[in-house]
Design a binder for this molecule. Sequence first.
Ligand SMILES: [Fe+2]
Length: 252
Amino acid sequence: MIFRQILHSQTGCASYVFGCTGKAKLAVVDPHLDHIADYLEVARQANSPIVAIFETHVQADHHSGAALLAAATHAPIYLHESAQVTFSFTPLKDADVVELGNDYVRVLHTPGHSADSISLVVGDRVRTETPWLVFTGDTLFVGDVGRPDLHGDANTALYAGQLYDSLFNKLLKLDDMVEVYPSHFSGSVCGRNMSGKPSSTIGFERRFNAALQHTDREAFIAFVQKDQTPAPPEFTTIRQTNLSLQMRETAG
Ligand SMILES: [Fe+2]
């Protein structure tokens, strides 16, 4: 398996290229519009095409590169089935598995930050069936958890409860040694206390992530609603653009 983390420091965004070079199948997670050339260069060097594009959810803080990358690679775009986008995509639901050569990608539906949020559990069967890492999107960060407040005040407590279930009943069921790769790190406004270190493990976050110390559901719901800064006004327009990406017919 190869694995590359691509960081966009200006807005604290992380995206990823990973996959199986043995059977020449790579995937990109949360492609950023400014990094298309980086993803393609990783694929070129690995001599393996990008055959899958995953979005952990429809992002609101940066412009997605999914359409441009799909045009350049002809790879399908995978999103949770509940995503309200206007372009065509391959729908995923909880427990779906996407094969990438010797690697697998297992979907966990982890709503809370958004209804369409997924996490992607990845393993390399050349090593073992045991999960090795998880892309946690905006559900679990290093040192923080996702914001449940981007859907309007009336829904924040409801989404905070969903976030609790996604974290405690899904992500934290993974083994402590599973590596955590989030979609944001320090510098992003998608959280309050994210670390500048853009990776962690389930075990380290279980023990030291401040939000995850609130194991009581009501205490957690109160904690994640406290001290949230207002969402930047541009979030609405960026999300709107990402909901209606223009697909292109040919490689650009
Ligand atoms: Fe987000």
